[in-house]
Design a protein around this ligand. Structure first.
Ligand SMILES: Cc1cc2nc3c(=O)[nH]c(=O)nc-3n(C[C@H](O)[C@H](O)[C@H](O)COP(=O)(O)OP(=O)(O)OC[C@H]3O[C@@H](n4cnc5c(N)ncnc54)[C@H](O)[C@@H]3O)c2cc1C
Ligand code: FES
Length: 364
């Protein structure tokens, strides 16, 4: 039977009981003690905290995110499991205006699975009960054990707003050789299937108390949390400022929900939509009978740079593959945005973890 230990979280002074087979982050989030985190699989280092006292097993922490020389004094709470009572000290810079909800377990039923772009599907799930979350957060799915191995957890972002607390939308991109996508979502997962999920996780959320112009940059399925934020901000009237979406894709076959965002842009004066094509030219778009004026051409970062002399006073929301997020971060900073004004979520996967890809602002 698993042994349990007491985790003391400073500077909050809160105490949480954690099993020896449970990540400390998991115990804290379930107890309603919010700690910073993003990938939840030992890659991004967002959850790195000081270990003031006690022993832990560092588990699957990547040696890039938690270096050998740090392991005596620090830990990644998403991977560390207690081996004694532990006291940790975290830098908890949570926005007072945002209510964070405890993580709970749910049973999900797949309602629909539709191809929406090249190698991309939209999943709609029905939970067994309502879930409270913030626009931009994500769920952990348990990918069932099968031919390709034991059960594993994978994280996908909720693309629908919190005002739909039980029927949730997701966008999932195929990763060749990936256990969760190639081995499950794009293979065996069918309508009517039931499986466990937990959530909500993450700190990439719409900051509704602000009215700055938001520049939102989405690469691939990085659109999912941003769509949730846009719908919450516009349709639920939770954001007063301007909102501009830059959606990047190689060609039109990689973009999705284009008509939906165009209709949003027609309906809401505060919203501007800029779909960008990095590998399809204006001539090719015209030859296919589409209007080149409706697109930006080049890398999404080039289009942003050409559109704005300065982004001073704006807020950035960036989401997608780590390299895209890093490039967009540099572009926004070159346009006079400070890192503290740029919220971001990198879609790290197991390959990134093995290769040591990590955040450009990784916490040391
Ligand atoms: C916070 C967050 C939110 C996310 N939201 C979304 C979302 O909304 N939509 C979405 O599509 N994705 C999202 N992702 C990415 C998602 O979690 C998965 O990483 C992605 O779907 C791939 O999962 P997979 O199991 O198919 O691939 P994995 O099994 O993770 O494999 C990925 C690649 O790495 C290779 N690989 C696996 N293990 C190793 C190893 N040990 N060494 C070397 N290479 C290896 C695989 O062959 C494959 O090519 C999100 C990620 C994060 C962190
Ligand atoms: S949340 Fe722990 S390393 Fe990313």
């Amino acid at each position: 039977m698993a042994e349990s230990f007491v985790i003391t979280v400073e500077p909050l002074g809160r105490q949480v009981v954690c099993r020896d087979d449970q990540p400390i982050l998991d115990a804290c989030l379930r107890a309603g003690v919010w700690l910073p985190h993003s990938c939840t699989h030992g890659t991004c280092a967002t959850c790195k905290v000081d270990r003031v006292d006690g022993d832990v097993d560092h588990g699957e922490a990547s040696s890039f995110a938690l270096m050998d020389f740090e392991r005596e004094e620090k830990m990644l709470t998403c991977c560390a499991r207690p081996r004694s009572d532990v006291t940790l000290e975290a830098d908890i810079d949570i926005d007072e205006d945002i209510e964070m909800f405890p993580v709970e377990d749910y049973v999900a039923t797949l309602v629909s699975k539709d191809a929406i772009a090249k190698d991309t599907v939209r999943l709609v799930l029905e939970l067994d009960r309502d879930m409270s979350f913030n626009a931009g957060q994500y769920l952990k799915f348990t990918v069932p054990a099968g031919d390709s191995g034991d059960a594993v957890d994978r994280t996908w972002s909720i693309a629908s707003p919190p005002t739909q607390p039980r029927t949730l939308e997701f966008h999932v991109r195929l990763v060749p050789g990936g256990r969760g996508t190639d081995g499950w979502v794009f293979k065996d997962l069918g309508v009517g299937d039931q499986f466990p999920v937990s959530g909500p996780y993450g700190r990439f959320v719409l900051h509704t108390g602000q009215d700055n112009h938001t520049i939102m940059v989405a690469g691939g399925t990085g659109l999912a949390p941003i769509k949730a934020m846009l719908r919450h901000g516009l349709e639920n009237e939770m954001y007063e400022g301007e909102m501009t979406l830059y959606q990047g894709g190689r060609s039109r076959e990689w973009l999705y929900d284009v008509d939906y965002f165009r209709s949003l842009a027609e309906e809401y004066d505060q919203f501007t939509y800029r779909p960008c094509l990095s590998e399809e030219t204006a001539e090719e778009v015209a030859a296919a009978g589409d209007d080149p004026a409706a697109y930006g051409f080049g890398m999404v970062t080039d289009v942003i740079a050409a559109d704005h002399a300065s982004l001073s006073g704006c807020k950035g929301y960036l989401c997608g593959p780590p390299l895209m997020v890093e490039a967009a971060l540099k572009t926004l900073m070159s346009k006079r945005l400070f890192p503290r004004d740029i919220y971001r979520e990198e879609f790290f996967n197991e390959g990134d973890k093995a290769a040591g890809v990590n955040s450009p602002l990784i916490k040391r």
